[in-house]
Design a protein around this ligand. Structure first.
Ligand SMILES: *Cc1c(COP(=O)(O)O)cnc(C)c1O
Length: 483
């Protein structure tokens, strides 16, 4: 592909305004003037429009095609939420807006959104209260683990260990380590679920808490969850729910009802706000009543007269986790989404997310290895393995790259780490049966080619301007067309 500079034709112009008949008043000092004209590309307006529209079409996004990235929940982002997010009454607010005489009247609407979002998320997850400050799921984890640390410090507990199952997202051990804890890994049992006996063996007075992903990264829920939280509570440990993938639970079950003490949820996954390329996101954290004093400041409160204010007087708070109130626009879009779907929409979201994942699994499981021994249906995502294809040299990476030639974004691959040649598919609830069928047809076709002509899958994709890149180099040398 040519750059816009390479497309330049000397002398080509777009609009030609007539010569100005307004007399020039002030002139720039000669030492500020260019010696030579700027080396800008010379093109017509149509050339420029086509160039950039063409570039935008090389990008892949939820708005252009099916994006079954397991664990990341790339679902439809309703455009109405964008309209509300762009409303000048919200978009033009500044967090330091002067308070008018008589109160924070200028930002009452924004405070109401933060307050109501706290109430809605608390109701959905069974928690006592939320902070909206964390800027991503991983940031929410760090917030939650710092709250766990503050709780133990307050009680005079000297606990240094956080338990995490081997199937967890890598951010879990990273967050616990940054908060100063030692991480101990608990193995999964044969069925892909946390091994309760191994957990019991690891529980002692040094255990500050357990971080558990719900549903786990194999898309499974733990049938002994209440027993697990009771066991951890018995050593005065707290139980953290990684609720980044709440899509499977919405409106059906609540972490707070089965003994979780802290939960983070990803608005940019479950609550349909856009994400990708590193942000912006939001990972609000909810806690049970006894942990409320440790939440970050400030906290939005409601007065008797129905107005809102920011409360800072929380001596046990872990402090600020982000400037001001978090990614306000993301929270606002998620709030809009929640009002759109309503309480009756929540179980439909989770129902269809689970149905779609099971449909994909049912169509693909005779063509790919299903590595999960558990008999339960999968939840919001299904995990397959390319071990069968790998025998003829076709790896999960080859399958992922080939899917691009069929017009699909790749699923998540090589995660969770507990599954060899892992392919993790999350269709989400917003895809139609026609789309799921087209994707499954492509996956089945690729499995056939892997049997008949495995070599041909090593240099895919062929339909893109560049094919297989050295991914480390590509991140450092952005001119990927040059190598
Ligand atoms: C996405 C995800 C995270 C991290 O969320 P980010 O917003 O990417 O920081 C943590 N745990 C699980 C299970 C996830 O899927």
């Amino acid at each position: 592909m040519k750059t816009i500079f390479e497309k330049s034709i000397p002398g080509r112009r777009s609009t030609r305004p007539v010569a100005s008949d307004v007399p020039t008043k002030a002139k720039l000092a000669p030492n500020l003037l260019r010696k030579q004209p700027a080396a800008l590309p010379e093109l017509s307006e149509l050339d420029v429009v086509r160039h950039f529209t063409g570039l935008s079409r090389l990008n892949f996004g939820v708005d252009t095609g099916f994006y079954p990235l397991g664990s990341c929940t790339m679902k439809y982002n309703p455009k109405l939420a964008e309209v509300v997010g762009r409303n000048p009454g919200f978009a033009m607010l500044h967090p330091l807006l002067p308070q008018l005489p008589g109160g924070e009247i200028m930002v009452q609407g924004a405070l109401a959104v933060l307050y109501e979002m706290d109430r809605l998320l608390s109701e959905i997850s069974g928690m006592a209260g939320f902070t909206m400050q964390p800027l991503a799921g991983a940031h929410g984890e760090l917030t939650g683990v710092l709250i766990i640390a503050a709780y133990h410090k307050d009680r005079g507990n000297h606990k240094k260990t956080i338990l995490i199952p081997d199937s967890a997202h890598g951010t879990n051990p990273a967050s616990a380590a940054i908060a100063g804890f030692t991480v101990k890994t608990i193995p999964s049992s044969e069925d892909g679920l946390l091994d309760v006996e191994a957990l019991e063996a690891a529980l002692d007075d040094d255990v500050a808490g357990l971080m558990l992903t719900c549903p786990n990264t194999l898309g499974l829920t733990h049938p002994r969850i209440k027993e697990i939280t009771d066991l951890v509570h018995a050593v005065d440990g707290l139980v953290y729910c990684d609720g980044a993938n709440t899509n499977a639970m919405l409106g059906r079950c609540r972490p707070g009802d089965v003994g979780f003490d802290v939960v983070h949820i990803n608005l940019h996954k479950t609550f349909a706000t856009p994400h990708g390329g590193g942000g912006p996101g939001a990972g609000p954290v909810g806690v049970v009543e006894k942990l409320m004093p440790y939440l970050p400041v400030s906290v939005v409160r409601e007065r008797q007269d129905g107005t809102y204010y920011l409360e800072y007087d929380h001596p046990k708070s872990i402090g600020y986790m982000s400037p001001f109130y978090g990614n306000f626009a993301v929270i606002l879009k998620a709030y809009t989404y929640l009002l759109m779907v309503g309480s009756e929409g929540l179980p439909r979201i989770s129902g269809n997310a689970v149905l779609n994942a099971n449909y994909v699994l049912a169509r693909l499981r005779e063509h790919y290895e299903y590595p999960v021994k558990s008999k339960q249906p999968c939840k919001h995502e299904c995990v397959l393995s390319a071990v069968r294809q790998a025998k003829s040299g076709v790896r999960a990476l080859d399958i992922a790259k080939t899917l691009m030639d069929y017009g699909f974004h790749s699923p998540t691959i090589y995660f969770p780490l507990t599954v060899k040649e892992c392919i993790m598919i999350e269709p989400t609830e917003t895809e139609s049966k026609e789309m799921l069928d087209a994707f499954c047809d492509a996956m089945i076709d690729i499995a056939r080619i892997a049997d008949e002509n495995p070599e041909s899958l090593h240099d895919t994709p062929r339909s893109t301007p560049v094919s297989r890149l050295d991914e480390v180099k590509a991140a450092k040398e952005l001119d990927v067309a040059s190598y």
